[in-house]
Design a protein around this ligand. Sequence first.
Ligand code: CS2
Ligand code: MG
Length: 402
Amino acid sequence: MKIKDAKVFVSCPDRNFITLKIYTDQGIYGLGDATLNGRELSVASYLSDHVIPCLIGRDPFQTEDIWQYLYKGAYWRRGPVTMTAIAAVDMALWDIKGKALNTPVYNLLGGKSRTGVLVYGHANGRDIAETVDRVGEYMGLGYKAIRAQSGIPGLESTYGVAKDKLFYEPAEKGLPPENLWSTEKYLLHVPKLFETLRVKYGEDVHLLHDAHHRLRPIEAARLGKSLEPYHLFWLEDPVPAELQEGFRLIRQHTTTPLAVGEVFNAIWDANLLFTEQLVDYIRTTVVHGGGITHLKKMASMAEIYHVLTGCHGATDLSPVAMAAALHFDISINNFGIQEYMRHTDKTDEVFPHAYYFKDGMLYPGDQPGLGVDYDEKLAEKFPYERAYLPVNRKLDGTMYNW
Ligand code: CS2
Ligand code: MG
C-alpha cells in the first residue's frame, strides 16, 4: 500500500477546523485533525506546502519512521504548528492502518484496558449560584466529573464562562477581544465556589477547576491550599509551565492534585514535571502533542512517575482528535480522565463518528480505524472565518496570560 495523495480541508461548522485526509493506492483513506485555535492557517500551510509532497509514495504503515522523518527532517523541531501538523499525519496513518487491518485503532495500541473512558464536562455560570445550578444539570446528564468555572465579582469577563449552556467557544471572529484580570479577586472568589458546591452536592461528584495559566507559583500554592478542604480532582494550569521548576514551590505547599500540559507539544515540555513528580495529570493530547505515536511515549514516561493522563478535549479539537484520543485513552494503563466539551450539532454533522456518551463515559465504538469521517460536501457550506482567542490584561493594563 502506498500514499497516493493528501488534502487539507479548512471549514467552519460553528468553529474553524483543519482536517487532513491521506489517500492510498488501495482506496483506503485516513483522517487527521490539524486544528490550532487562532492559528489554523499556519498548520494548513505547513501541511500543504511542506509536508504533503514528502508523503507521496510512502508506506502508510510506517507510522514510526514517518513520524521521525517529519520530526527530525524539519530541522526546526517542536512547537505547536510543527507538532500539530505531525499529529494530523500520524492520526491519519493510524486510521489507515486500522481500516486496512479491519480493526479499531485501540486494538493496535494494546487493546482495551477498560470498558469505557471517564470524562468530565464543563459547568460554568456568571456567578456562584448559576454555576452551582449548571453543575447540577451536568450531574443530571450523568457526568461523574465536572469542571466548574464562574464569573468573578468585579470582573467583566473571565476564562471559562460561556454565553451558551452547553457549548463553550473562546475564539471570537474579528480581532482578539481584550479581557481584564485581577488575581486577588480570583483568589478570594474560587474557594467560595467550591465550598458552595461541596455543601450542595457532597463528596461523590469529582470537581475540577482550570486556573488557565493565570497565577504565579506562590499564588497557585495559596489557591491549592485553600481548595484542600474541597478535595478537587485537579487544579489545572495553575501557572504558565515554561518554567517546569516553578511547580516545586506549589508542590511544597499543597496536596491539591495538579494538571498541566494542554499547550505542551512534546515530551521534553514535561520531562522534569514527571521525574520530580511535580504534577499528577498530563493534559497533552493527540492533536497538539505529535499524534498517537508521540503521546504513547509521553504516557509511558508519565507511568513510571505515577502521573496519569487527562487529555485536553475542548471544542477547538475536532471530532477526529476526540476519536483518536479515545482509542489512546481506552488502551493505556495510566489513564486518568478525558475532557469532553461537547461539539455543536453542526460540527457533529460534518464529522460523523462512532464514539458516544453514556452515564459519564465516552465509548470509542468498534469501527475499523478511528471511527470518524468528514463530510466534504457539507463542510463546503461553512467557509473559514478568521477568529482569535482573547488576550488578557491586568487591571492596570499590563499584558498578562489569557
Ligand atoms: C481550556 C480550553 O479546555 C480547557 O481546559 O483550557 O478551553 C482552552 O482555553 C482552549 O482549548 C483554547 O483554544
Ligand atoms: Mg485548560
